[in-house]
Design a protein around this ligand. Sequence first.
Ligand SMILES: NC(=O)c1ccc[n+]([C@@H]2O[C@H](COP(=O)([O-])OP(=O)(O)OC[C@H]3O[C@@H](n4cnc5c(N)ncnc54)[C@H](OP(=O)(O)O)[C@@H]3O)[C@@H](O)[C@H]2O)c1
Length: 317
Amino acid sequence: MSLPMIPFDAEKIKIRSVYQSQELAHYIDLPVPSEKIKQVYGDELRFPENREDRPYLFSSFVSSIDGKLAYADKPSAFYVAGKNQLAGAGKDTDFWILNALRGVCDAALIGGNSMGTDPDYSMHCMDADIEEDRIKAGLSRVPLNIIMTLDATDVPLDHTLLANEKVPVLMITSPAGMNHVRSAYKGDFLTVSGQEPAELIREKIQGAVPGVLPILVTGSEGFPDTTESMRILKGIGINRLLIESPGYGNYLVKQKMMDEFFLNISGVYIGGGDTMTLGKADQGFSAEAHPHTKLMSIHIFNEYFAYFRYKFNYEFI
Ligand SMILES: NC(=O)c1ccc[n+]([C@@H]2O[C@H](COP(=O)([O-])OP(=O)(O)OC[C@H]3O[C@@H](n4cnc5c(N)ncnc54)[C@H](OP(=O)(O)O)[C@@H]3O)[C@@H](O)[C@H]2O)c1
């Protein structure tokens, strides 16, 4: 099964930088030097120095001006940008940014609900130029696709992502999730408990033959241990992890672990209490103790689409 690519035209989708924080100049990690990224974004995508204890964690989301991540009648994420009739090619830049971030990460992570709303979901870089730059920089063609789930009951186990042998996949779940996979998954799998020596963990996950799904089981009952899972991911060489799951992304913010958000604002208003927001299923932070964010950069395409990069600050929690 081949992976779909998109012929992103740099001239048509390029965006203008209107603000850049001084702090970005101190970001020294340039994982994938890329002319294409410079042409569209005006600069390379750089990150701070690697952490020792876990991967650097960043998300890429698109929202309406009222903070909605999807329409109630069309729950797929792609419509928030795609149905902005005034954005012109700016809506393609939105999807390009997600793909550029896929191009520079070691792994990308999604949850079961998004797989349910998008039957073709696959976290590979659809920009062939950046994919080539990524390979030149010594990264794998396709980042490790991680499916994160509490108990696996919401994961469509017949999804194309699990059947596509061109995409390296890792599921992370709890012991309850493992039991569910054992009884409901029709394909082959192998389990990693995280208690194995680091070298064996790496061998099991990275050496899994195509068609065999490695499953990392951490935590207890129906709750995987995120700190432990992140430590293991770091141990197998995941330095930059792109979080595409709103639900799990919110959990990482709650844990004070999310480092950055790339947040694209589509100039549409969605409204409604029945629509998808970040942390929808969760209790919000209090007025006294909540995360703050520092604006790292702003780009715009036209009056109808803007692209923000934020760094989280948890000092007031
Ligand atoms: N606008 C955008 O940029 C954008 C991007 C992506 C998706 N979306 C939209 O957002 C919706 C889906 O978002 P969602 O948040 O409902 O679903 P999701 O991100 O697909 O799923 C959340 C996942 O996180 C798992 N999870 C939550 N807390 C966890 C924890 N503490 N440890 C481990 N796993 C944990 C859940 O496990 P369980 O399944 O076991 O509960 C679930 O698999 C869809 O409408 C999609 O189209 C919008």
